[in-house]
Design a protein around this ligand. Structure first.
Ligand code: PGA
Length: 251
């Protein structure tokens, strides 16, 4: 069964102290509420163990924002998927456009990261999406197909079935320019049929596909009402409980 998910992505924001108070506040705000989606917070590595502990016995799942493409060894400064899993986090955001653009993450590197994440029991939240010029040239379908095929189509059907996808048009990230719900629905449906061609209708039907890019309290309900939009990956609006809660409640 396909899941609805609202996932925050703090990026490089919040000190440990700020991160802990956010989780305490969100936990108490959600307590006793009937949720119609899973709630995840993606946080910097150094926050993971503390916030995962605070989130115990709450509906909040914890995600890392990255992991290494190597299992272990002499890779100074890197953090492995096994280390992420050992903190109590259950998810890892991979292939975010900021990682692709600023840290040179290629499809090949991302395949390694996805495989290591899965091998360590983490659920990858795998990001794809076109830049503005590609959208304007009408190449957005082709771009996301390439990103999915090149990084993920070497996975077995069983492994692919464990992945959450996040369609995040780069032109909408942090810009206040959201894709319309028609644009989101159109490309999500396209992604789902592309997956069906490779892995079959059931796996495609069960795949959670999130929308990301200036998703907020004002547009979440409209976006999430579309049949192929299964929730959101939220950057700016995940930095305060006040802004994040209405997005959770949009389901
Ligand atoms: P945004 O970021 O909501 O601030 O646009 C989304 C993301 O990058 O995941």
């Amino acid at each position: 069964m396909r899941k609805n998910i609202v996932a925050g992505n703090w990026k490089m924001n919040k000190t440990l102290c700020e991160g802990k108070s956010f989780i305490e506040e969100l936990k108490s705000t959600l307590s006793g509420k009937q949720l119609r989606c899973e709630v995840i917070i993606g946080a910097p590595f150094i926050h993971l163990a503390s916030i995962a502990e605070l989130a115990t016995d709450s509906p909040i799942g914890i995600a890392a924002e990255n992991c290494a493409d190597k299992a272990e060894g002499a890779y100074t400064g890197e953090v492995s998927a096994a280390m992420v899993a050992s903190t109590g986090a259950s998810y890892v955001i991979l292939g975010h456009s900021e990682r692709r653009a600023y840290y040179g993450e290629t499809d090949q590197i991302l395949t390694e990261k996805v495989k290591l994440a899965l091998a360590n029991g983490l659920t990858p939240i795998f990001c794809i999406g076109e830049v503005k010029e590609e959208r304007e040239a009408g190449k957005h379908f082709e771009v996301v197909e390439q990103q999915i095929a090149q990084a993920l189509f070497s996975l077995s059907a069983e492994d692919f079935g464990k992945i959450v996808l996040a369609y995040e048009p780069v032109w909408a990230i942090g810009t206040g320019l959201t894709a319309t719900s028609d644009q989101a629905q159109e490309i999500h449906a396209h992604i789902r049929s592309f997956i069906a061609n490779k892995y079959g209708a059931q796996i495609a039907e069960d795949c959670t596909i999130l929308y990301g890019g200036s998703c907020n309290a004002g547009n979440a309900q409209e976006l999430f009402s579309r049949p192929d939009v299964d929730g959101g990956l939220i950057g700016g609006a995940s930095l305060s409980v006040e802004k994040f809660l209405p997005i959770i409640e949009a389901f």
